[in-house]
Design a protein. Sequence first.
Length: 299
Amino acid sequence: MRALIVRLSAMGDVVCGLPAASSLAEAGYEVTWVVDPRFAALTERCANVHQTVSIDRANKDWRKTIQDLGEFDVAIDLQGLYKSARFVGAANAKTKLAYHRQREFAGWFAQAVRPDPTSLHVVDQYVDVARAAGGTTTSSFALSPTNEDTENAKALLGPEPQRYAVVNAGGAWATKRWAPENFARVAEALHEAQVHSVFIGSAAEAEVFEQVKATAKCPVTSLHGKTSIGDLVGLIAGSCLHLGGDTGSTHIAAALGVPCVGLYTVTRPERSCPYGQIDNCRDTDAGLVAARAVRLATT
């Protein structure tokens, strides 16, 4: 049996969709995933995605690319937008299903699958779509770094202490971000527990780190703009903690089984917390977050 999954972006959403691939693979499907080239490294590092197909939005031959993939038993749109639904619509598939939040006429191309009433987290809702195609009930992300990812992460860290926490003080939405002085306070608490804080993010987010660095009374490291997605997987896999908001690296950490402290200000943790770790996302008070971060990092 063959299954096609389409989830193009963004980083965290692609990660949250990986258990849907596991659901299908565990049921005997060979899984092909169509993804934005920027996030292909994630599906390539998932043991239950057998083929990754990267298609840029500007690709004028996208229809031929999809049709050349051959026949599928099921094609699934996990994004629910026109840009993803068109690929499912063009696929040669016996059954076409979709995540229930369909917009931009996505409903024309595939049948929406309503989630189980108990499926509050988006991961479980994605798995519900796979289950409608005969997939298993699972929470396996099957994500792991390559040897190269691990070595690259070590090279980026250099002679830093062995125990480190990965901290993401940025995020796509400014409204999701925590105050720099709060991150500084947590970094200080971790430092006292002999855990070094390594900050990640885009080059454009380095300004936030500089504010943290100016406030923190301890050494902190910035890898802003220096990590590929593969490097990020390797870096987070070797850490003892991840601290961040509702952003891609948080979901990578949860997928890798790394303890996470989630900072949720405007989004609901029930739907998008680091999967399986909602109890670590209840507080945004700096003192409480620092205490929980130290406890998780040193346990």
